[in-house]
Write a protein that binds this ligand. Sequence first.
Ligand code: SME
Length: 150
Amino acid sequence: MDHGYGSLLEGVKTMLSRTLGTDEKMQDLCGYLRRTVPHYDWVGFYMVEGDELVLGPFSGAPTEHTRIPVGTGICGQAAETQKTFVVPDVSAVGNYLACSLDVRSEIVVPIFKDGAVVGELDIDSHSPDAFDHSDREFLEEICEHVAELL
Ligand code: SME
């Protein structure tokens, strides 16, 4: 599956190079991804603060999970293990924090700065098994560009 991410990546790079503050760029990026990729239903950043992940800019329904301990939930596991997590079926995962009953699958991509995880990009989908290798590569590249802003 290829979702035409090459041209979207160019749009992302242009967006991130504009003269805006970092939070505004991250906010714009969340909205852009959610608007342009049909299976991205919630797009948001969590930033590492001490041993917690704190919700940053996001686009989608409000979530009660505004602070997540590192190690808890899919987000917390991605931060702890420093690995991208792709979850095709969230109902099959024990350590999952539900934001909405509509969410069926999720991808969480860590953002690295000087070798440490400083945040992550979290995307939920209302479709099962929505994320494949092309999403992973696209989002990992985006996170490299976001890291340069931090
Ligand atoms: N599902 C995540 C929590 C964050 S919400 O998806 C926005 C998790 O299990 O860590």
